[in-house]
Design a protein around this ligand. Structure first.
Ligand code: NAD
Ligand code: MG
Length: 340
């Protein structure tokens, strides 16, 4: 266990290789449910780390053959979980409750661990496990393919760990052994809770990463086009150049970006950006966070799914039909380096 580790002064508790013992998984079987972005690479990394892995899939899944070709022991979900000590939910969040109720609940053994890579279903009570199992989370902070690449290079991607239920008394040790098996303790595993992971994840994707960025780009584009500028030129300013900026921020932080841009961009950006993100905008962001914290957003999204996703479908169609999509499609043909 490490606080304020040698690797840097963190507020959070961070676990490294020396804090995790793979032998907690000796004589245990891990059932990885799903063989998509995360499932495939968790299964491969665990197997390469010497862990006994079963992959649980639907008989109809196109991933069944792929997993078998990768040398995996593949079973139907209800069979895969029967003798499993750790059951990892790496199937889409919205299908997890049905899979849990239909295939897992009555087949899992007492004292096993249910593990998640995202906290939504546990935090919002869409899956309510009995008290007689451990409930944990290992959430790598990268898409599946990067988790695999780093593992093969002898490195790892950082992950979050959380323990929601500790029936066996060893939940943290077992979860950290799993994190070591996928390579994440090489980079560092940050302790969190299901509540913190779920609420911050939703907030980030709503106001910043997905929702925020999409609206920022479209608004910039729309206002330029409205004012009579050519859509092609507006596309470059509103969307294309964002990559250069994000790369600089990703590699070295926001100040690294400021250092790299022109003096005029520095002055214009620092004086004008704060006029967009003013108190009114921040008040709305706080409201959105409240909706997440109270469960109002979760209820809305769960009901939206039950209703056949009418709003979701409509809004995504509008995104697809936005003029920026059309001009972008043409302009990207001028960029031979894309899609390489
Ligand atoms: P994915 O969509 O890539 O994989 C889905 C897998 O589930 C596939 O094997 C598919 O065949 C199977 N599946 C689909 N529908 C099913 C059903 N009805 N019944 C049974 N199996 C079904 O999923 P993912 O992106 O790897 O996400 C899995 C979990 O990992 C989620 O909880 C997600 O929030 C979390 N997560 C994902 C990432 C990421 O980068 N993709 C990162 C961190 C955490
Ligand atoms: Mg997210």
């Amino acid at each position: 266990m490490v606080c304020l580790s040698k690797k840097g002064d963190f507020m959070a508790k961070v676990y490294y290789d020396k804090d995790a013992d793979l032998s907690w998984l000796d004589d245990k079987t891990v059932a990885v449910l799903g063989y998509g972005s995360q499932g495939k690479v968790h299964a491969l990394n665990l197997k390469d780390s010497g862990v006994d892995v079963i992959v649980g899939l639907r008989r109809s899944s196109k991933n069944w053959n792929i997993a078998e070709k990768d040398g995996m022991d593949v079973k139907e979900i209800k069979d895969a979980v029967k003798n499993a000590d750790v059951i990892v939910f790496l199937i889409p969040d919205m299908v997890q409750p049905d899979v849990y109720n239909n295939d897992v609940k009555d087949n899992m053994k007492e004292g096993c661990m249910l593990m998640f890579a995202h906290g939504f279903n546990i935090h919002y009570n869409q899956i309510v496990p009995p008290e007689t199992v451990d409930v944990t989370m290992i959430a790598p902070k990268a898409p599946g393919p990067l988790v695999r690449r780093m593992y093969l290079e002898g490195k790892g991607v950082p992950a979050l760990v959380a323990v929601e239920q500790n029936y066996t008394g060893n939940a943290l040790n077992i979860a950290l052994a799993y994190a070591k098996g996928i390579g994440s303790t090489r980079a560092g595993v940050i302790e969190t809770t299901f509540k913190e992971e779920t609420e911050t994840d939703l907030f980030g994707e709503q106001v910043d990463l997905c929702g925020g960025v999409a609206e920022m780009i479209k608004s910039t584009f729309d206002i330029l086009v409205e004012a009579g500028y050519q859509p092609e030129v507006a596309y470059f300013e509103a969307l294309h150049e964002l990559k250069l900026i994000v790369d600089l921020i990703y590699e070295g932080g926001i100040y690294n970006m400021w250092k790299a841009v022109s003096e005029t961009a520095k002055y214009g950006g620092t004086t004008r950006g704060r006029r967009i993100y003013n108190e009114t905008v921040k008040e709305e962001m706080r409201k959105i966070l409240k909706e997440i914290q109270t469960g109002e957003f979760a209820r809305e999204w769960i009901l939206e799914n039950k209703a056949g996703r009418p709003v979701y479908t409509k809004l995504l169609r509008m995104e697809k039909e936005h003029p920026i999509e059309k001009v972008g499609k043409e302009l990207r043909k001028m960029m031979p380096w894309l899609g390489e």
